[in-house]
Design a protein. Sequence first.
Length: 144
Amino acid sequence: MSFNKLTETMWVAPQLSVGDVARAADMGVTCIINNRPDGESDDQPAGADLAAMAQQLGMHYAAIPVSHAGFSAPQVEAMRAVLDKEPGPILAFCRSGTRSTFLWALAEAGAGKDVATLHHQASAAGYDLSPIAAMLDMLAGGRA
């Protein structure tokens, strides 16, 4: 399992196991964000089990599930709230890391971060933001 670095304080990953949560804690991660709805796949661990392990290891845990239906303003706002509250490092995950990367980028664009920089950071971690480029530009208020 690889943790993909977006910034010094933000990482994304595919589906985590309970063991991955422990490994993240060993790496200094202070918060886990679960962007995958429970029951999306028969082989994924329950969010409650991941949350329990994170809490046992002294980490914060947030569930901001994003289905394949897309993103909503409350999800972007919830992500922004965690990013504002947690100093990090933060590790967000979903099935592949893509939804987590998209949600991070949307929250950052809404906070005024440079959209070109977000594209570069995502690309360096192996993710392509082009499917949400219009949303990023809209959230950035045309500052892209």
